[in-house]
Design a protein around this ligand. Structure first.
Ligand code: TMP
Ligand code: MG
Length: 214
């Protein structure tokens, strides 16, 4: 019988190095562990819904905050079947942002936290979440804030606060393991830590069923 794939998620504010670490862990799982792996990211800007989100992020359009929130959530729901198919076929997925980004960014705008979380319930649940963190000032100094809508220091601080006070290791993320990773270190040091956590945990996780966000 094929073992199911794992759903590994990276979360954190902008510019903490998530995409680099998604790539590094994907390489590790396929080249070192020799397991099937695919990386995904949200928003998935390639779908029609993703294109509307992309226009908003690039300041080309304005939208009601709740309508936008629901589009981000829809962009995950439209991926649900393919995520489950990958996992059930034994492919590990390494995902750059998911429901927790959805909640943190929208709640940071002042939208009710529980309302934000409600439309995520029922989506496939990540097995392991790496939360990359560093001071907001240090993240800003990394430059290359690409001019996208949310890349402003004060807003980034609010998002970080929501993650750390209301999401990381909180009851509504129950049964999912959060690993808090100090992202203000050399890339290799971070990726080695993440790979060794994966190596020590993946066998245990494979034997548990795929969960749902609740
Ligand atoms: P990216 O920079 O990882 O491509 O993500 C684009 C922006 O969208 C980023 O600032 C985080 C934000 N975002 C939300 O506001 N809600 C969501 O559900 C997701 C996945 C991302
Ligand atoms: Mg970004």
């Amino acid at each position: 019988m094929i073992k199911r794939g794992l759903f590994i998620l990276f979360e954190g504010v902008d510019r903490v190095g998530k995409s680099t670490q998604v790539q590094a862990l994907t390489n590790h799982i396929s080249n070192v562990q020799k397991l099937q792996t695919k990386s995904l990211r949200f928003p998935d800007r390639t779908t029609p819904i993703g294109q509307i989100i992309n226009q908003y992020l690039q300041n080309a359009t304005n939208m009601d905050d709740r309508a936008l929130h629901l589009l981000f959530s829809s962009n995950r729901w439209e991926a649900r079947d393919s995520i489950l198919e990958l996992l059930n076929n034994g492919t590990n997925i390494v995902v750059d942002r998911y429901s927790y980004s959805g909640v943190a960014y929208s709640a940071a705008k002042g939208i009710d936290f529980d309302w934000c979380y409600a439309c995520e319930k029922g989506l496939p649940k990540p097995d392991l979440i790496f939360y990359l963190t560093m001071s907001s000032e240090d993240a800003t100094k990394r430059g290359e804030y690409g001019g996208e809508r949310y890349e402003k220091l004060d807003f980034q601080k609010k998002i970080k606060q929501i993650y750390e006070e209301k999401l990381v290791d909180q009851p509504n993320s129950k049964q999912t393991t959060w690993k808090i990773i100090n992202a203000n270190r050399p890339i290799d040091e971070i990726s080695n830590e993440i790979s060794s956590i994966f190596d020590s945990e993946f066998k245990n996780i494979q034997s548990s069923p795929i969960g749902k966000l609740e």
